[in-house]
Design a protein around this ligand. Structure first.
Ligand code: PLP
Length: 330
């Protein structure tokens, strides 16, 4: 597992429930390597799908700590509503997550590993005529992947600041749905080919939003600065956690729009980091802007990003007081 690509190894079973057009079935354990689905399934043609990504950690005391489970469940319900998919029942979804973790708890790795939890909801109507209508039936399942550390602790990313393109349709950026990733993929790939960048910070018309799969935070010794939530980008649970942790640690937390020019000015003396469940907070080392490469903060250690990341990691492992009630012990 230690050497496997992130997210390619799974618990042998997952919990699954189905919606028959009227109600959710009871959940059951099923093998995690197959899915009964018609080739005409709504999701395969019209992308009626959303997912979540959260983590469970093996705490110091041996317990399994799930991080912000209720917030992820709420966000999945919001995504389902946006896609006119049947909205999962919060209590059932929570039990499905906890039940599969309990059954395979021996396979939750020790820190810095974790169990990456991927609740997935898909529309299954076998009806290719329903292009402009919602699916009536759906499947909900909880895949779990034991994972190692997503990034080497000191990896510093090279990213493109792109002021020409948008990650996805602006009314849909807050929905955690596969279609948005499909929309960004070609742009990220082209940047990789042209500039050897790992990611793209999308800043359409100069408005700094986020990367393909992570939120963007500007950090220095005194302040954390990021864009306020709107429909154009994903409301990250990690972003929210870092803003709350940052305020507690004494940083001034500011949510306001940031222009590409301001970002480029900021990196002369400040850090930029990308936040998400997989990596928590990954420092950006270099930014490519208008065909030139700029080192972030003179190439200095991203001490503030590391400090914030450590705070979250410590809460997740039970080494730091859980002041915000983020952890659910199973
Ligand atoms: C999931 C995701 C994030 C990060 O959200 P977290 O809740 O922090 O994991 C950021 N941007 C996009 C586009 C995402 O899909």
């Amino acid at each position: 597992m230690a050497n496997a690509e992130f997210g390619t190894v799974f618990f042998s079973e997952m919990t699954l429930a189905s919606f028959d057009g009227e109600k959710w079935s009871d959940a059951s354990f099923v093998p995690s390597d197959r899915l009964p689905m018609h080739p005409a399934a709504h999701v395969l043609h019209y992308a009626s799908t959303c997912f979540e990504g959260m983590k469970a950690f093996r705490a110091n005391d041996g317990a399994i700590n799930v991080f912000r489970i209720d917030d992820h469940i709420r966000r999945m319900q919001n995504s389902a509503r946006s896609l006119y998919l049947p909205v999962p029942d919060a209590a059932q979804l929570k039990s499905m997550i906890i039940d599969v973790l309990k059954k395979f708890q021996d396979q939750v790795p020790v820190f810095p590993g974790s169990a990456y939890i991927r609740p997935t909801l898909i529309g299954t109507d076998p009806a290719i005529g329903r292009a402009a209508a919602p699916t009536r039936t759906a499947l909900l399942y909880i895949l779990v992947s034991p994972v190692g550390d997503y990034f080497a602790a000191d990896a510093k990313m090279r990213v493109l600041l792109d002021t020409d393109n948008q990650r996805c349709a602006p009314h849909f950026g807050n929905v955690k749905s596969g279609g948005n990733y499909a929309s960004a993929l070609g742009l990220i790939q082209k940047a990789k080919e042209k500039y050897n960048t790992a990611q793209v910070i999308f800043a359409p018309n100069g408005d700094v939003q986020e990367t393909g799969a992570a939120n963007c935070l500007l950090i220095n010794d005194t302040e954390i600065l990021t864009k306020p939530l709107n429909s154009e980008f994903l409301p990250g649970v990690t972003r929210d956690s870092l803003l709350k942790a940052g305020a507690k640690l004494g940083y001034k937390v500011t949510e306001r729009n940031i222009s590409a020019d301001e970002l480029m000015e900021w990196i002369k003396t400040g850090e930029v980091a990308l936040s998400g469940t997989a990596a928590v907070l990954a420092p950006v080392g270099e930014i490519v802007y208008k065909d030139e490469t700029y080192a972030v903060n003179g190439g200095k250690e991203p001490v503030n990003a590391k400090r914030l990341r450590k705070y979250l990691n410590d809460v997740q492992q039970g080494l730091e007081t859980d002041s915000f009630n983020w952890v659910t012990k199973i």
